[in-house]
Write a protein that binds this ligand. Sequence first.
Ligand code: NAP
Length: 535
Amino acid sequence: MQTDYEVLVIGAGVAGICQIKKLQDMGLKALVLEAGGGLGGTWYNNRYPGCRFDSESYTYGFKFSRDLLDAWHWKELFSPQPENLKYLNFVADKFDLHKHIRLNAAVAKMVWDEAARLWTVTLHGGDQLTSRFVITCTGALGVPTMPAYEGMDDFEGPSFHSYHWPHEPLDLTGKRVGVIGTGASGIQIIADIADKVGALTVFQRRPNWSVPLNNRPITEAEMKDIRQRYEEIFAVCAKSNGGFDHLPDRRAYDSVSTDERRKLWDQLYDAPGFALLLANFRETFLEPQANRDLSDYVAERIRARVNDPAVAEKLIPRDHGFGMRRMPMETGYFEAYNQDNVRLVSLLDTPIERVTKTGLQTSAESFEFDVLVYATGFDAMTGAFDQIDIRGVDAQPLKKKWQGSPTTYLGVMVHGFPNMLMVAGPQSVSGSTNYPRAIEVCVDWIGDLLEHARSAGVSRLEAGENAEAAWTQEVIALQEAMPFSKVKSWFTGFNANVQAADAAPRYIAYWGGAPRYTKTLNQVSSEGFRDINMD
Ligand code: NAP
């Protein structure tokens, strides 16, 4: 049966751009449907001050084209949002991808038609398109979540989630600003605006461990050197569990003296990016005592940077060890609290009772603001799927199948949802690693699968039920073996604004590391995708 497209891709972020390039190279009739008014996904939507990579920029760019690697100059070690959006548009220009992307096209529903072996995709607004395959590139963190405080609509000034920071300039000079939330977004915002606003009040619930990003510009000469070393750099990323340009120190923790450890930690604290987390002894992540030692070290560094000891103590996490939640990286975050115009309010001591017309009320005090920012996180990994009414075989809703926790085959397919493929989907390695590195692996694998289907003359692909169960079991076992498995964060599928406090853990990411994930995908394709039913 004739379809409008052979492949529809949902989302024109990093994954969608990479995917459409691949599909164009394969000569398939494909279109990307993007809900937003521009391409770029996370880098289009997040416009808050301080928004930037915490992956080394040169490990974040696509590696599929040598021409592209040679053409682009990353200007900072950790590139800021406007530059990242420029980069993604540069990619789309260079490979003439814009014409394959339909903007302002939010998908409302997709229904599998078993007889015709196609998906019917309905947009908000009513347009319908048919396609043999649908590839979701909907991103890990694109569905912001708001708290449910009484009176939130009453606030008369600008108030918004960090994800919805206005696209037009917002002058904060002299303004009284309240920020709720101290995850990676909140910490970037707070550090960036502290010296620009009149007064800043930070409302922190659970503190997070955070260490310096150590960003700096990249010169022309350095960029030239990076271009020559790209293969080497990507080889390191492929070896690293997190897909980063950092490999662990393989010496046994106990074989190294306390002084020597301290020397290494001093170096890593001042090194760029996730060095202290990823270039450390493996035991600091895996063994309780080593993790406690490192946590104590980082606490000490925080105390040395914050003038008021009482404030410093509030900024030090007590409910989890270093690296046990997704670590925000910072630039001058702790020093911000040394400014007279910045105040930290711990919601553990004095919870918010309600938002008012002019500010908010905690159990102890009322605050007045001109601007109120909710940096309160996302419905990670599965949130974007829940927003679309996805109906598989026998009209089964995906939302129902994934109630509680998702189940997938390799994080790429779902039994009962034929011809639906996911890039950076739940239970893939993307959520736990340097995003684009895992995306390119997944896009290539999907390309191989579609090529395989084309040459075999099949039009229906469905993950086997047992294979899905086995993969999901592996995902669960890996997470349960992780030292952070009992710590509530989006890594363990928890968001206090979505799940009940006593909700069972969810398994939304693959924790076996990027090399093992890539090896598994390669093995599956080399064995002819035998766990995928094809006809
Ligand atoms: P997040 O890490 O989930 O942090 C949300 C913050 O809001 C937490 O401090 C949370 O406190 C607080 N919060 C949530 N609901 C609240 C409520 N009802 N009342 C008071 N406080 C509340 O979200 P995020 O900061 O947006 O970061 C999400 C992820 O995006 C990151 O982990 C990272 O993967 C990615 N990200 C990356 C970068 C980058 O540098 N590349 C930058 C930003 C974000 P509790 O912890 O107590 O719940």
